[in-house]
Design a protein around this ligand. Structure first.
Ligand code: UD1
Length: 423
């Protein structure tokens, strides 16, 4: 990402209720898994509904750094050909700052029997260990080592295993599914993640010839097959982008239709928004959101799926700053994902934290335009929502974080009547 992009700032003239319709893009996190899966085969894989965002571009560079070709074959269509891999070790400067890049480990183990990657970075939201990934690889018969800052994993033939995941890690579960797809024998991941993005990866792998069952539950079974083949796969809608727009409509007292969503994936969010007094209508692949009267304070808990997504915790907190009463926000997935509350306080929100995982919000308090900084992709999105709801002008620095995960967020919001520009 260029230095110039890092200085990007969004300026929002707040106070305009969002109105109209907006379409969601394909899921960022599902795309990263799908891109890694394409490394498992020498045939071409074509991904449709791919969001044009910073993280996808960075993952493309990670794949190119080991010899895969990755090209846009049209709008939102990505063609990946991993026929000629020349390395099992992606470039450190590319992989180290993208958490999802660690998924190349499972795919390269399956394809080449070896892989090495730096400790994956990503957002500053707490410790992000990878013990689930590594313990699973070890259970499948891999040797683990370190070379400088890289984790090195090798196998003389992956063996299916019954694996207990200490935590239902999303990337951990995906990594083990990638490795297990062509392992000898059956792998069972006990306490695996149930997130829709895990389900999306299983759908792609199954379309490549894999035999994966149980996704959506916490016990996932992967019957290893001898070989996989190329595929054409459609990325699921981004539930986190959909949720962000739904909350944006509610917090600005607007009325919006969010199109192209998978309603099942949004059940927890819809339930909590309704509890807070937001009107939500479900219609096929559309979500209609509006307000009638005051919002009510509620308690929310960010949990593994099907609990409320941790990535929607900060946007929900902004909504709750406009609700009457005292709301409690419990972050139960990451240990340090409330840093954005300091920025919200600058805008007038009455929010205090007890420890690093609970925020207490008293509302409603009018939000006032301020200069704030996007700390990570979702915290940045939350500040955009706060800016839209605030009176006056909000300047959000470091919006490159937001661009990593949201396609054309300014343009999409302008389409809903927001006054927002990039400087
Ligand atoms: C993925 C998503 C991220 C989302 C998160 C939780 C991608 C690229 N990112 O991140 O947007 O916020 O899921 O839904 O898909 N943990 C362990 N051991 C491990 C791995 C994780 O203890 O080996 C713990 C972490 O410390 C954290 C929790 O598990 O507390 C959740 O992490 P995890 O599910 O792994 O998140 P990611 O897969 O990194």
């Amino acid at each position: 990402m260029s230095a110039q992009r890092k200085t990007n700032t969004l300026v929002i003239e707040g106070g305009h209720p969002l109105r109209g319709a907006v379409s969601v893009s394909g899921s960022k996190n599902a795309t990263l898994g799908a891109m890694a899966a394409a490394l498992l085969v020498s045939e071409e894989c074509v991904l449709k509904n791919v969001p044009d965002i910073g993280d996808v571009e960075q993952m493309a560079q990670v794949l190119r750094s080991i010899g895969a070709s990755v090209d846009w074959a049209g709008p939102h269509v990505l063609r990946i050909n991993a026929a000629k891999l020349h390395s099992s070790s992606p470039a450190t400067e590319l992989a180290g700052s993208l958490r999802g890049s660690f998924l190349v480990m499972g795919a390269l183990l399956g394809r080449l029997g070896e892989a090495s990657c730096p400790q994956p970075g990503g957002d500053v939201i707490g410790q992000r260990p990878i013990d689930v990934h590594l313990a699973g690889f070890a259970a499948m018969g891999c040797r683990l080592g370190r070379e400088g800052e890289k984790y090195v994993v090798e196998s003389d033939g992956l063996k299916g295993a019954r694996i207990f995941a200490d935590y239902p890690s999303v990337l951990g579960t995906q990594n083990l599914m990638l490795a297990a797809a062509t392992a000898r024998g059956t792998t069972t991941i006990v306490n695996g993640a149930a997130e829709p993005e895990v389900q999306g990866l299983a759908a792609m792998l199954n379309s490549m010839g894999a035999r994966i069952t149980g996704v959506g539950s916490h016990t996932i079974t992967v019957e290893g097959v001898q070989a996989l083949h190329g595929t054409r796969h459609r990325i699921i809608p981004d539930r986190l982008e959909a949720g962000t727009f739904a909350i944006a409509a509610a917090v600005t007292n607007g009325r919006a239709e969010i199109r192209g969503v998978e309603l099942n994936h949004l059940f927890s969010l819809i339930a909590k928004m309704r509890e807070a007094g937001v009107m939500v209508e479900e219609a096929g692949d559309k979500l209609r959101v509006w307000r009638e009267g005051e919002l009510r304070a509620v308690t929310i808990q960010a949990l593994p799926y099907p609990g409320l997504a941790t990535d929607l915790q900060a946007p929900m907190a902004v909504l709750l700053s406009q609700a009457r009463g005292v709301s409690y926000v419990h972050e139960r997935v990451f240990e340090n994902r409330l840093l954005y509350t300091g920025e919200l306080r600058k805008m007038g929100a009455e929010v205090v934290t007890t420890g690093t995982t609970t925020a207490i919000i008293s509302g409603p308090t009018p939000l006032i335009g301020s200069s704030v900084r996007a700390l990570d992709v979702r915290a940045g999105a939350a500040l955009i929502l706060a800016g839209l709801a605030a009176s006056g002008r909000t300047e959000i620095a470091d919006v490159y974080h937001v661009d990593r995960g949201y396609e054309r967020i300014g343009g999409k919001l302008r389409g809903l009547g927001a006054v927002i520009e990039r400087v």
